[in-house]
Design a protein around this ligand. Structure first.
Ligand code: PAF
Length: 269
């Protein structure tokens, strides 16, 4: 089908997802539709990117509701493979794609093997779907960076587009994992973004004592009821430690509320 579209000169846009779609995903679809004549969405909860003891089993699977939303959004094709289709020889036998260094820090340090799982599945999905372009959310800032690097290093003929994080009215970044939060945690959750906004304001105002700003923010997170995993300011182009003169910085955070791990980021340019 994709081959026939392409032979008619149509551009193929692709949105890879793990399903449980929300308006953040639909914004990716809208962007893909703006850029391409045909849009393919994949839904695959990728076991390779979950570590032992993570939420692979519990990850919300809502295929019927997702299908309905994609139909209404005018998506041309849904690709929802089973693990046997993606990993026919089993996960252990699967050739892997590893993007060194940036995969090992932050979320990669907290979730060893996570970005190998992401890079491997995205590479496979690109080869299966053969899109001209693919759209990802900037909420997963490090993931987007890993994917861009993989595409460049492996000369994959896919344009990668990043789309601004879609937020709830109170600032909480949209995420399928928000559904794990109980009422009390849901009230607390937006404070993550508020604290990041305060850090961004301090940086915009010329504050360059990064270590101090980071540790103040971590204390605020703890006081609000989070268990911070990391809260850092980095160079937005390569995730290196920030230098005073860096023109593009990014605040990256991951924090637990109960058993739910939330991530977010904020660019300061
Ligand atoms: O961001 C996600 O939903 C997943 O990590 C992705 C890119 C679909 C790969 O499984």
């Amino acid at each position: 089908m994709v081959h026939s579209w392409r032979s008619h000169g149509e551009k193929i846009g692709f949105v890879p997802t793990m399903g449980n779609l929300h308006s953040g995903h639909l914004a990716l679809v809208t962007e893909a539709k703006r850029r391409a004549q045909r849009v393919v969405v994949s839904i695959f909860v990728n076991p390779l990117q979950f570590g032992a003891g993570e939420d692979f089993e519990d990850y919300p699977r809502t295929l019927d509701a997702d299908k309905q939303q994609l139909l209404e959004a005018g998506v041309d094709l849904l690709f929802a493979p089973t693990p046997e289709v993606v990993y026919p020889a089993g996960q252990a036998q699967q050739t892997r794609v590893e993007v060194p260094e940036i995969s090992d820090v932050l979320c990669g340090a907290s979730r060893p093997g996570h970005f190998v799982g992401v890079a491997t599945v995205v590479c496979k999905l690109f080869n299966m779907v053969q899109p001209d372009l693919a759209v990802f959310g900037e909420k997963d800032f490090q993931q987007l960076m890993v994917i861009r690097r993989m595409v460049e290093d492996l000369c994959l003929p896919v344009d990668i587009l990043g789309l601004k994080t879609v937020r709830e009215e109170d600032g909480l970044a949209k995420s399928s994992r928000n559904g794990y939060l109980n009422e009390e945690q849901r009230q607390i959750a937006p404070q993550l973004f508020r604290i990041m906004q305060q850090t961004a304001q301090a940086l915009a105002g010329g504050q360059r004592d990064f270590t101090r700003v980071e540790s103040e923010a971590r204390e605020k997170l703890l006081a609000a009821g989070f268990q911070p995993d990391y809260y850092v300011i980095r160079n937005a182009d390569d995730l290196a430690l920030p230098a005073e003169a860096d023109p593009r910085l990014v605040i990256l955070a991951a924090a637990h509320l109960g058993t739910t791990r939330l991530i977010d980021n904020l660019l300061v340019e």
